[in-house]
Design a protein around this ligand. Structure first.
Ligand SMILES: NC(=O)C1=CN([C@@H]2O[C@H](COP(=O)(O)OP(=O)(O)OC[C@H]3O[C@@H](n4cnc5c(N)ncnc54)[C@H](OP(=O)(O)O)[C@@H]3O)[C@@H](O)[C@H]2O)[C@@H](O)CC1
Ligand SMILES: [K+]
Length: 502
């Protein structure tokens, strides 16, 4: 998989340093390319009738901002600079340099924030990746004032107030319509709540590329639609056995639908055969809803389950399972005896959270798909603590239990036990609906029986799930979307895959 790298602020700082020290590109050249890149974008969006203002801090982000103001003025645009720390406050070396260059040209500087607020486009170059603490006092007042205007608001690299690593908001935060970020997206721009302040995020190349990693690749990546092109078409010479047999252990008396959604999503993701293990009372519901599924009901002993496990190539266990004694027996048996890869979801995770040693007992690769509430029970951490560092928590869990962890949230995080992580960027708020997780477990299971690769099934599974929701969004909107709609969207995703991503 060749994917888009996502970096933290610290990783970006290292890349800046490596580019200057190893490849001998001076920092000021990178800064000039950064400014020129942003100006190119602005010139494409705005004509010369618009007036621009840049609010500057005193670090290198402000250096970018001053260079942007200079280049805009040189291109015939009207642009002023406002120094939020005052005109006499010293700053970083590059900030000083840019300030001096700007002064030599004699372009406009204002000391009244009211002038800034009257401009048509306000560019935020207060803080970038160097933000270290909450923004308070007069700096917070500056941000509040510009946030109240009707101007277009453009953030340079990172909106001031957003932590570029974890996406926390640090006091008062610039609310951008566009964020032009340099070379790579920063994790904090993608995670909630930081993403709410970014508007449209666009990467501006500044001459730093993958060479600057010098082999130390970042651990976080994201899939995008071009990654669909990397999926192989199914072989023409095939039969249903070619595409794997999936056992879906799901559903209870009051939750037959969970089994249907999971199994149907597995079929709709290409699994060859899907067998559902569920209570007998669900028989007619499931057979009407999904006649393609094989059915096996009322498994009452470990021995009986072991026979079914021998038939399968992978297992999905948990959707709508309940926490009954029978459900516990099923979960324990699967974890202790299965010699095939597992996808563990929902109630199976709740059962495990009462006895975490169970998760040390698996013999084969495991994917867990908790939402924040389930993760909170598994890790004995509050949801707030998990949200504090969602990537870190997913990674910690994956390493601790040697599993691939799909931690479901607005931005689902996929963390493998080898340290590799993905942020999922597909999907929409309509997918926050009952059964959406059951569909995800089925997609991941369906991919797992075909590919036999847990990391790939988990990362692509989450991406395809979100994409399926995006594909039906125009038909349903966010209010009207239900889990079955997401399954309908899968057809559109796979047609795209078979047309090689087009
Ligand atoms: N390096 C390169 O080659 C390139 C870097 N580039 C650009 O550099 C940016 C990173 O620059 P940076 O590291 O100078 O940090 P930046 O965000 O400007 O702020 C640091 C200043 O803010 C201050 N400060 C922090 N928090 C504060 C608070 N709450 N309240 C008040 N003050 C606070 C802090 O002060 P201190 O903590 O020292 O008191 C320091 O003075 C990056 O985002 C990109 O735009 C590009 O040009 C490409 C080439
Ligand atoms: K900024």
């Amino acid at each position: 998989m060749i994917l888009e790298y996502i970096v933290t602020g610290n990783e970006m700082k290292l890349l800046d340093d490596t580019t200057s020290q190893v490849f001998l590109v001076p920092s000021v050249v990178l800064m000039e390319q950064a400014a020129a890149g942003v100006v190119r974008e602005l010139v494409a969006c705005f004509d010369k009738s618009k007036e621009f203002a840049v609010i500057c801090g005193r670090g290198n982000n402000a250096g970018d901002g001053i260079a942007i103001a200079r280049l805009l003025n040189q291109a015939g645009y009207r642009c002023m600079v406002y120094y939020a720390f005052g005109t006499d406050e010293a700053g970083s070396e590059l900030f000083e340099l840019q300030k001096n260059i700007y002064a030599r040209y004699g372009f406009k500087v204002v000391s009244d924030i009211e002038c800034v607020c009257k401009s048509d486009v306000i560019i935020d170059a207060l803080f970038g990746t160097g933000l270290k603490r909450a923004i308070e006092g007069s700096l917070a007042d500056v941000i509040s004032s510009v946030n109240k205007t009707d101007a277009y608001r453009v953030a340079v690299d990172v909106p001031s107030g957003v932590d570029s690593d974890k996406g926390h908001v640090m006091g008062c935060t610039f609310k951008a319509d566009f964020t032009y970020t340099f070379s790579y997206k920063k994790t904090g721009l993608l995670l909630w709540p930081g993403c709410d302040y970014c508007g449209l995020v666009k990467v501006v190349p500044i001459g730093i590329d993958d060479h600057s990693f010098c082999g130390n690749l970042p651990s976080v990546r994201a899939l995008d639609e071009s990654d669909l092109k990397k999926l192989d078409n199914r072989p023409a010479h095939s039969n249903k056995g070619t595409f794997g047999k999936l056992l879906v252990i799901a559903g209870s008396r009051d939750m037959a639908g969970a089994a249907v959604l999971s199994a149907k999503a597995a079929y709709k993701s290409g699994a060859g055969l899907v067998k559902i293990i569920t209570p007998e009372c669900n028989r007619s519901i499931i057979q009407c809803a999904l006649p393609e599924a094989l059915l096996c009901t009322d498994i009452a002993s470990a021995k009986a389950l072991e026979t079914e496990l021998e038939w399968a190539d992978a297992v999905v266990i948990g959707p709508g399972l309940s926490k009954s004694d029978n459900a516990k027996m099923l979960v324990e048996t699967v974890l202790k005896t299965a010699e095939i890869p597992l996808v563990i979801d929902a109630d199976a995770l709740n059962i495990i959270s009462d006895n975490m040693t169970l998760l040390n007992e698996h013999k084969m690769p495991v994917i867990v798909t908790p939402h924040l509430g389930e993760m909170s029970r598994l890790m004995k951490k509050s949801i707030a603590d998990i949200q504090e560092d969602i990537i870190g928590v997913a990674g910690e869990f994956a390493c601790l239990y040697n599993v691939t962890c799909v931690l479901k949230d607005f931005r689902t995080i996929i963390a493998a036990a080898d340290g590799e992580k993905f942020i999922n960027l597909s999907g929409n708020c309509g997918m926050a609906t009952a059964g959406s997780g059951d569909v995800l477990s089925g997609i991941v299971g369906g991919l797992l029986v075909q590919w036999r690769d847990t990391k790939k099934a988990a990362a692509y599974g989450a991406f395809i799930h979100g994409l399926a929701g995006d594909m039906v969004f125009d038909n349903t909107g966010s209010y009207g979307m239900i889990a079955s709609d997401i399954i309908d969207g899968l057809d559109k995703v796979w047609i795209k895959v078979e047309k090689n991503g087009n």
